[in-house]
Design a protein around this ligand. Structure first.
Ligand code: FAD
Ligand code: MLT
Ligand code: ZN
Length: 475
């Protein structure tokens, strides 16, 4: 069933001439993902610029039973912000809801609309000498509404938590087109259920986030970056514990990368591999704090020297300048693009307790090598959070189609190990369309039923991003 001409006309009228796109060429980028082969079709992209307009559009959709796909920066990795094929859903893009409504440095808060790009929130915070600590490779394109709806993680979770922990209040348009004004800038508020947490990470299936009050933190004065060659993932975990034990809560990023990530970055994007060593595992880390510039360097070098002596570490580069640190981080931040160009990685976004990451990697690598000898290991991720992107690429000589056809069996190998270790099949990217079947496979019937009840309560007409997070009923 496509959206009727009458409904399209009503939506266009409510959105006003600047508030929609219906030209297929203009619509195409909204239907095309950054990565992966999702196909999306829609006759209409709505681009409201006020919360009231969002509410008016949702009311029309609720009345006419028209499904809405909320979309922010369209950098999501699971197809959650893209419509299904068939053209019977409209996209609601938040790109024009892009005002910063206020900033309060004494309350350490910023109030921003859903369409503000993450990098702009970070810049606004810097403008008042604060840090908004969410940081991911897509920061120049992703929007805060999308970040909240995916409960984004990124590279600083180890220190600051995921974005859920940075939210004090939300404004949301509900599935029947009402506005919930929960824009409270409170650090303590036990007056009833904490509704904001229902919408955070709901991937647009329970409400449309239109604005948020976000928590800011002190802007670090000191930063040390190091690339460290470690004996193995277990040594990396022990290094993290040693850093924390010696220096306290200054580790703000702690990323594990297989050496292949560097080799592929050299081959695809022309990066220079900064380290000559051939050992498979490296850690890229940041320490930050309020200490005077340079103060963390000596203690870092001491921990690294001790770790070298203990056989945990075999080489280390402590960046000598901000520019060198940035160059090291570019190799990490470019991994999504590197791996897009390098072959067909079967993507996983798993988490297990930090202490069990070495177990996970050892078991998954052994099982994968048995099943697919010669496949290219391309493992990296947020070790400090127990979150690994386990993205094996096809063995040399394999057709990509043959490799893609193995996605189901590969998922089963990887996710069975994750389940056995008490982990999650998606740590930060979410379910979207990509992991619907996996979610149902691994969650208990009780949990799926509770999720369905929540969905029915918040979106009785089933118009908010249907078929995402939870399979369509009966599926
Ligand atoms: P979109 O992709 O537009 O949408 C994502 C989901 O949220 C969809 O389900 C959509 O329907 C819903 N949605 C969007 N806006 C709203 C709204 N206002 N109200 C309700 N629902 C809404 N993710 C990480 O977690 N950590 C990383 O380190 C990371 N690194 C990345 C690096 C690169 C280079 C890229 C391309 C992506 C990366 N991502 C990462 C994935 C992605 O950037 C995040 O998931 C991000 O939070 C998505 O934001 P977005 O604005 O692009 O949302
Ligand atoms: C990252 O950590 O770089 C992202 O989550 C993107 C990816 O998984 O490719
Ligand atoms: Zn990630």
């Amino acid at each position: 069933m496509t959206v009727s001409d009458k409904t399209l006309a009503r939506l266009k009228q409510a959105a006003g001439p600047r508030g929609y796109l219906d030209d297929p060429e203009a619509i195409a980028p909204y239907c095309t993902p950054f990565r992966d082969g999702w196909v999306g079709e829609t006759p209409l992209v709505l681009r409201p610029d006020t919360t009231e307009m969002v509410a008016a559009l949702v009311r029309i959709c609720a009345e006419t039973g028209t499904p809405i796909v909320p979309q922010g920066g369209n950098t999501g990795m699971t197809g959650g912000g893209l419509p299904h094929p068939g053209g019977d859903e409209v996209i609601l893009s938040t790109g024009r809801l892009n005002r910063i409504r206020g900033i309060d440095p004494l309350n350490d808060t910023i109030t921003a609309e859903a369409g503000v790009v993450l990098a702009d929130i970070r810049s606004a915070a810097e403008g008042v000498d604060r840090l908004f600590p969410l940081l991911l490779g897509a920061q120049g394109s992703c929007q805060i509404g999308g970040n909240l709806s995916t409960n984004a993680g990124g590279i600083n979770v180890v220190r600051y938590g995921n974005v859920r922990s940075m939210v004090l209040g939300l404004e949301v348009v509900t599935g029947d087109g009402e506005v919930w004004d929960g824009l409270r800038a409170l650090r303590k508020d036990n007056a009833g259920y904490d509704l904001k947490h229902i919408f955070i990470g709901a991937e647009g299936t329970l409400g449309i986030i239109t604005a948020a009050v976000l928590r800011l933190v002190a802007r670090p004065r000191e930063r040390q970056t190091a690339l460290v060659e470690v004996a193995d993932p277990q040594a990396a975990v022990e290094l993290l514990a040693r850093l924390r034990g010696a220096m306290g809560d200054v580790v703000s990023a702690f990323e594990l990368m297989h050496r292949n990530c560097f080799t592929l970055a050299t081959r695809t994007l022309g990066h220079a591999d900064p380290m000559p060593g051939q050992r498979p595992w490296r850690v890229l880390l940041d320490l930050t704090g309020q200490q005077p510039p340079g103060a963390l360097r000596e203690p870092l070098e001491e921990v690294l020297a001790d770790a070298l002596e203990a056989g945990l570490v075999s080489d280390a580069i402590v960046a000598a300048s901000g520019a060198q640190a940035d160059a090291l981080w570019r190799i990490r931040e470019d991994q999504a693009e590197v791996q897009r160009q390098a072959g067909k990685g079967i993507k996983h976004d798993i988490s297990v307790p930090v202490s069990l990451v070495p177990d996970f990697i050892a078991r998954a690598d052994a099982a994968m090598e048995r099943a697919y000898p010669g496949h290219v290991v391309c493992t990296f991720g947020h070790l400090g959070d127990g979150n690994i992107h386990y993205n094996p690429i096809e063995p040399p000589g394999w057709e990509q189609a043959r490799w893609v056809a193995e996605t189901g069996p590969i998922n089963r190998i990887v996710h069975d190990i994750v389940a056995d270790l008490g982990g999650s099949i998606t740590a930060e990217h979410g379910v979207g369309r990509l992991r619907l079947a996996e979610l149902v496979h691994y969650k208990s019937a009780v949990e799926i039923d509770l999720m369905r009840r929540l969905k029915r309560a918040f979106d009785p007409a089933n118009i908010l991003n249907p078929g995402k997070v939870l399979p369509a009923q009966g599926g």
